[in-house]
Design a protein around this ligand. Structure first.
Ligand code: KDG
Ligand code: MG
Length: 413
């Protein structure tokens, strides 16, 4: 049996998604997520122009061999576009293998290591009153972990803070279309001041602990904006508030910079949503400079690569905290959930529920109950794309914001 057809679907049910469909010669369909926020068409072209024809006729069961063929065979290794394309092929092949076996994917990964998957939700608000309201909503819904982001006095719209339009949920969509909902021609720009942020945030954590007690798991995303010494100071300042993790405190492609942060603080550190290879973590893991791996299955070469990365991290006592924003499609989210259930060194899973429009197009089997997810027991990944429904939502260019300091210098977003 072999791979017979490949199709790359680009659609925009509320936001853009790139989805790979692989069909075997006996009609089994596998799905893979290839969505790279703001750079979707680059991955779509990589798949349709460079990979599709090389996959036709290959044995769909040879997943490891196909992974190596695409990774080593390209000569040009790593990078978000290449690794998202490889991830989509890998996910689709695992989907097919599990469907052929008649089992949910987690069974092929060793079976369940737990009964349910603890998730964290995104609470945010422009000020503390709005943030408190958002956290309360999550706690009432049964969540035991929330990520908290809030506005900084003197700054306008910043990363991670929902606009809180009437009727809007507490989550947010960071990629922006044009103001009229059409295609964006350039990113919007935000303004940032690290000093104002560093002085404001510790007081916010103090209020959260006062209002919500010691048991709530509090997470926070620094979104790559601090220098190593600023991050070291911040991680030390917030120690009394017992964060579950501080995420992306520095732009971590400089892995050695984390030694400085680590040597000054016991605040747990999470890093990796922009990483795409185990090699991005080599120093971070072997020197135990982080506590959680933040990669997405979608951006790190798929289930095959992510399993190896997490097993490597496990040897050093480092746990998973896989990326799960709305720009990971329901297919990519399902892949994460099967791994979450199967691996031993699971930490937590990020969960930003997709919009109703997205879920009309992607039919999912995963279930949510009071702060915990389960991938479901449908054979395969348990997510199918309804191509007819998807056809009604055409791709619309949207970009992540660009960030500038108050003097106009471009800063990390
Ligand atoms: O596409 C970028 C977003 O996925 C990212 O900004 C979300 O930082 C993020 C998070 O932790 O979910
Ligand atoms: Mg993040």
């Amino acid at each position: 049996m072999s791979i017979d057809k490949i199709d790359v679907n680009v659609c925009s049910p509320g936001r853009n998604f790139v989805t790979l469909k692989i069909v075997t010669d006996d009609g089994i369909v596998g799905w893979g997520d290839a969505t790279l926020n703001g750079r979707e068409l680059a991955v779509a072209a990589y798949l349709s122009e460079h990979l599709a024809s090389t996959l036709i006729g290959r044995d769909e069961d040879r997943i490891e061999d196909t992974w190596q063929y695409l990774y080593r065979g390209a000569y040009w290794r790593r990078g978000p576009v290449t690794m998202a394309a490889i991830a989509a092929v890998d996910m689709a092949l695992w989907d097919i293998k599990a469907k052929k076996a008649g089992v949910p994917l987690y069974q092929l990964l060793g079976g369940a290591s737990r009964d349910r998957i603890r998730v964290y939700g995104h609470a945010s608000g422009p000020d503390y009153a709005a943030l408190k309201d958002a956290i309360t909503g999550y706690v009432e819904a049964g969540y035991t972990a929330v990520r908290v982001q809030t506005g900084v006095p003197g700054l306008g719209q910043i990363y991670g803070v929902a606009t809180n339009k009437p009727g809007a949920r507490y989550d947010y969509e960071p990629a922006h279309r044009a103001a009229d909902g059409g295609a964006a021609t350039a990113p919007i720009e935000e303004t940032w001041d690290t000093r104002a942020y560093l002085t404001h945030m510790p007081g916010i954590f103090a209020k959260i602990r006062e209002d919500f007690g010691s048991q709530l798991r509090i997470l926070h995303d620094g979104h790559h904006r601090m220098t190593p010494i600023e991050a070291a100071r911040f991680a030390k300042d917030v120690e009394p508030y017992d964060l579950f993790w501080l995420e992306d405190c520095t732009p971590a492609e400089d892995q050695a910079a984390l030694r400085l942060v680590r040597s000054h603080s016991t605040t747990p550190l999470a890093i990796g949503e922009v990483f795409n290879s185990v090699y991005d973590y080599q120093t971070l893991i072997t020197e135990r400079l982080i506590d959680y791996v933040r990669s997405a299955v979608t951006h790190t070469g798929g289930v095959t690569a992510m399993r190896k990365l997490l097993d490597f991290a496990g040897i050093y006592g480092i746990r998973s905290g896989m990326h799960g924003p709305t720009d990971i499609s329901p297919v990519g989210m399902a892949a994460a959930l099967h791994l979450d259930l199967a691996i031993h060194n699971f930490g937590i899973q990020e969960y930003m529920p997709h919009s109703d429009t997205t879920l009309e197009v992607f039919r999912t089997s995963f279930t949510f109950e009071r702060g915990f997810l389960h991938p479901g027991d449908t054979p395969g990944l348990g997510v199918e794309l309804d191509e007819d429904a998807a056809a009604a939502f055409t791709y619309t260019t949207a970009y992540l914001p660009v960030n500038r300091l108050q003097d106009g210098t471009v800063h990390d977003w």
